[in-house]
Design a protein around this ligand. Structure first.
Ligand SMILES: [Zn+2]
Length: 342
C-alpha cells in the first residue's frame, strides 16, 4: 500500500510525501474530512512510514523490516490507535489519559512513538482540555495524527496546535462507481453520489435510509402540492423520520435529512427556471427522478423563496423547535405558494 492507493486523495498524498522528504514532521497532524474519505488509512500508512526501520527513501516504508512486519500484525510496541468506543457518544477522558501515559514512555524500538486518535470531534470537554496539555507540551519523541470530520466541532486551542490536512470529498463519478461496486443500482448510485456531495460516509447513510425511493415519492407529492395536503405531508414526514430512529436525536437528524430533499427539489426548479447552467447538476435531473418543468412564467426567485422556507424549517428543528409545528407551518406555506405553479 502507498499513499496514492487511497482514492481521490492525490493532493494529500503529495503533501505528506513532501513533508516526509523535507523531514519536517510536525508534532501533530489533524486530518479533517468526511467519513469514508480515507483519513484513517492515510494516517496508518503515515505511521508505518515513520516507524519503518529499513526505508530507502524518507517517504515510503519498506514493508519488509521487523518494524513493518510488527505494524502489519497490529503489534508494533510504539504505535497506538484509539477512537470512539463501541456504543459511546463521546470519546472519554480515560481513553485520552491512556494515550498520555503511553506517550510519556520512551519509544521501545523506533525513534518516536506514534498515536492515531480517531473521532476527535467527539472528545468530551474534559478529554479535550486534558489532551490540550499534551499538545502544548508534547512529550519529546511523539507524533500524533488526529482525525476529525469537521473543524467546527473542535476547540480552536486544539486546531491551532496541529497542522491541518483536509481530505476532499470524492469526485461524483468516483463515488458513483464505488457505490455500484457495492451492488447499488446505477440510477440510485448516481443520485446518492450527488445528494451526498461526494461524501462516501454520507452516501452510505442515505443508502441505508433508502432515501432515493423516498425522494421519488416526494417529487410526485410536491408536484401536486395543495394547501389541503399540509397535515398529510406533516404526518408522512414525522412517520418516516421516526421509522428507523432509536433516539430523539436520531429522528431529528433523519427529519432534517428528509427536508433537505424538499429544499433540493425547489433548488432544482429554481435552476431549471433560470436556464439551469449551474455546474452542480440538479439532484432530480435524471428522467426517472421526474424533474418537472416549472410552470411557464414562474420566476426562479419564487422557487428560491420556497427553498429558503425549507432551510428555515430545518434550522428551527435543529434548534429544538416543536417539530410537528414547524412541519405544519412549512407545508401550509408551501401549499399556498404552490397554488397554480408547478
Ligand atoms: Zn520497513
Amino acid at each position: 500500500m502507498a499513499f496514492e492507493d487511497i482514492p481521490g486523495q492525490d493532493d494529500t498524498a503529495r503533501r505528506l510525501r513532501a513533508t516526509l522528504q523535507r523531514d519536517r514532521l510536525p508534532h501533530a497532524f489533524l486530518f479533517v474530512g468526511s467519513t469514508g474519505t480515507g483519513r484513517a488509512a492515510m494516517a496508518r500508512e503515515l505511521a508505518q512510514v515513520v516507524l519503518c526501520e529499513g526505508k530507502d527513501r524518507p517517504d515510503d516504508c519498506c514493508g519488509r523490516c521487523d518494524s513493518c512486519l510488527l505494524f502489519a500484525r497490529g503489534a508494533h510496541p510504539d504505535y497506538g490507535e484509539v477512537g470512539l468506543p463501541e456504543g459511546r457518544q463521546s470519546l472519554p477522558i480515560k481513553t485520552i489519559r491512556r494515550v498520555q501515559r503511553s506517550a510519556a514512555l520512551k519509544p521501545v524500538r523506533a525513534a518516536r512513538r506514534v498515536f492515531v486518535i480517531r473521532d476527535v470531534e467527539r472528545m468530551s470537554i474534559e478529554a479535550a482540555n486534558c489532551f490540550l496539555k499534551t499538545l502544548e507540551e508534547p512529550p519529546g519523541r511523539c507524533f500524533f495524527v488526529l482525525i476529525a470530520s469537521s473543524l467546527r466541532r473542535l476547540p480552536e486551542t486544539i486546531v491551532s496546535r496541529c497542522r491541518v490536512v483536509r481530505f476532499a470529498n470524492l469526485a461524483l463519478e468516483v463515488l458513483q462507481r464505488r457505490l455500484e461496486a457495492d451492488g447499488v443500482q446505477p440510477d440510485d448510485a448516481r443520485w446518492l453520489a450527488r445528494r451526498a456531495w461526494g461524501s462516501p460516509g454520507l452516501a452510505d447513510g442515505l443508502k441505508e435510509a433508502d432515501l432515493h425511493a423516498f425522494n421519488r415519492e416526494l417529487v410526485e407529492r410536491l408536484r401536486e402540492l395543495s394547501v389541503d395536503d399540509n397535515f398529510t405531508l406533516s404526518d408522512w414526514f414525522s412517520r418516516k423520520a421516526t421509522e428507523n430512529a432509536v433516539s430523539a436525536a436520531e429522528s431529528r437528524d433523519a427529519l432534517q435529512e428528509l427536508l433537505e430533499c424538499v429544499a433540493a427539489y425547489y433548488r432544482d426548479l429554481a435552476l431549471s427556471a433560470a436556464g439551469g447552467t449551474d455546474p452542480a447538476e440538479p439532484f432530480n435531473g435524471a428522467p426517472e427522478d421526474g424533474i418537472t418543468e416549472p410552470a411557464a412564467g414562474v420566476p426562479p426567485d419564487a422557487f428560491v423563496e420556497r427553498a429558503e422556507l425549507v432551510l428555515e424549517a430545518i434550522e428551527r428543528i435543529g434548534g429544538n423547535a416543536q417539530r410537528r409545528l414547524a412541519l405544519d407551518d412549512l407545508f401550509t406555506q408551501l401549499g399556498w405558494l404552490s397554488r397554480g405553479a408547478t
